[in-house]
Design a protein around this ligand. Structure first.
Ligand code: DUC
Ligand code: ZN
Ligand code: ZN
Ligand code: ZN
Length: 486
């Protein structure tokens, strides 16, 4: 018989309620929840919350991008996640324009072999053709039920509106969820050119070239196109009120639109780009850029009201030297920041400890809502018998100051550096195996497994077809049959 681990004396915090109970684990699964449980191995959760492990729905590990590769790979990335209580990541498989999705998928599978925690992929639609149309169905069969579209990065990853519409309709037909990076890529490209022509080459130009209007417009456009295709929509890295407003309005009309703020946008603002130290500013360059503080209030309000559902990181870390590719031209600074290790401690500190979120809402935003939206609930995101034992024993009193010296990411800096956080894992368990023990990461490369995410069930598909375009039902009348005008 397999070893039985029992997490003892904690308070279970689920998305819907909190209660005191022990949790017994065997064979990587939760097998019993109750009081006074016994086991071969006991983990003390006295004074702690026992929560579903975090799921980060948006990371880029070892991704070829802007002439380089993001610096954290599946090993360092998942280690970072585990250190901060995140037990699953969803990466983006990114075919280069013209490349087969299945070929790109094979490359991603090879890169994922050293993952320390479970993982899944979203597939990016970076170009459009008959082949892409055909391959999308095969991708879903392989357990990837979401497709990401870039509305920005003109001349590289960006897709046009006709391609978006075609792909969204395809998603509707095969039971997949479309996602968008919503920024108007044409406007961004024009603004970049203008700023560079004026001699503005520093990182402050990054934010100026991508104002909130650029994101609000693209978010609204994607929502309307999804509505016409009759498919739900997931908007990644919602960073501003303009985008949030479009999502709020759509939801109020009954559309299934999901919004994903990043932990970076919740707590960091545009003043970072005016730091006189070039490296400091460039290290914060990501898209969408950091906004002024008023947008943070909007994002927090969205999490409280439920108009925004999940918190992610878009973890896409680059080293100091990689960032310096853009020393003479801000458009060449690789876009991206880290955050995998810090998402949960920072959200707990700034959300729960300030009273903005309840512990249950924290669990919903970091795990349960994500599992539901991505169709892996209750295998992930839940503490119920039969679920994977991806768990975090969370010590709400444990503190640290965030520092690159102690982080798992391979980059030399951290955008949250110097921030004090209170609320950290005592233990993180990946399918029942202790991967973090009081700050020490003891994760095993290769332990992580691919999590298949099935196509959405018929009932969800039917519910989402609120305005799907259908063929006209009425046959055109011949002139001789037409009734006279009144
Ligand atoms: N934005 C980033 O900052 N990095 C990766 C991709 C993206 O859209
Ligand atoms: Zn993006
Ligand atoms: Zn600095
Ligand atoms: Zn991203």
């Amino acid at each position: 018989m397999s070893e039985r681990t029992v997490i003892k004396g904690g308070t279970i915090v689920a998305a819907d309620r909190s209660y005191s109970a022990d949790v017994a684990i065997e064979g990587g699964k939760i097998v019993q929840i109750g009081t006074d449980l016994q086991g071969d191995k006991l983990l003390d959760a006295e004074g702690c919350y026992v929560m579903p492990g975090g799921i980060d729905p948006h990371v880029h590990l070892e991704m070829p991008f802007m002439g380089t590769h993001s610096a954290d790979d599946f090993e360092s990335g998942t280690r970072a996640g585990l250190a901060g209580g995140t037990t699953m990541v969803v990466d983006f498989c990114l075919p280069s324009p013209g490349q087969s999705m299945l070929e790109a998928l094979a490359a991603w599978e090879a890169k994922s072999q050293r993952a320390c925690a479970d993982y899944s992929y979203h597939m990016a639609v970076t170009w459009w053709s008959e082949q892409v149309f055909e391959e999308m169905e095969e991708v879903v069969k392989r357990g990837i039920n979401s497709f990401k579209h870039f509305m920005a990065y003109k001349g590289a990853l960006m897709v046009e509106d006709d391609e978006l519409f075609a792909s969204f309709q395809r998603c509707a037909a095969i039971g997949a969820l479309p996602m968008v990076h919503a920024e108007n890529g044409d406007v961004v490209a024009t603004m970049q050119e203008k700023l560079l022509a004026q001699g503005l080459t520093g990182p402050e130009g990054h934010g100026m070239s991508r104002p909130p209007e650029v994101e609000g417009e693209a978010t609204n456009r994607a929502i309307m196109i999804a509505d016409m295709a009759g498919v739900p929509l997931y908007v990644v890295h919602t960073s501003c009120e303009q985008a949030h407003e479009a999502i709020r309005r759509a939801r109020q009309k009954g559309m299934r639109v999901y919004g994903e703020p990043l932990i970076q946008h919740l707590v960091l603002d545009e003043s970072e780009y005016r730091n006189p130290n070039w490296d400091h500013a460039a290290q914060r360059v990501m898209s969408p850029p950091f906004r002024d503080k008023s947008h943070q209030d909007s994002l927090w309000a969205g999490l409280q009201a439920g108009s925004l559902q999940v918190v992610a990181t878009d973890h896409c870390a680059f080293t100091v030297d990689q960032k310096r590719f853009g020393i003479d031209d801000f458009t060449k600074i690789p876009n991206g920041t880290g955050g995998l290790e810090d998402r949960m401690p920072v959200l707990w500190t700034e959300g729960v400890n300030t009273g903005r979120l309840t512990p249950n809402e924290f669990v919903a935003a970091t795990s349960t809502n994500i599992a539901k939206i991505l169709n892996i609930y209750p295998r992930k995101g839940a503490i119920v018998e039969g679920s994977d034992a991806d768990l975090v024993v969370w010590d709400p009193k444990k503190s640290k100051t965030i520092s690159p010296a102690t982080q798992q990411s391979v980059v030399e800096y951290n955008v949250f550096e110097g921030r004090e956080v209170t609320g950290l894992p005592r233990y993180t368990l990946s399918r029942g195996v202790v991967a973090v023990d009081d700050g020490t990461v003891c994760a095993t490369p290769g332990h992580g497994q691919f999590v298949k995410r099935d196509a959405y069930p018929e009932v969800n598909k039917a519910l989402s077809k609120w305005k799907a375009l259908t063929a006209p039902r009425q046959v055109m009348r011949k002139p001789e049959n037409m009734p006279a005008c009144a």
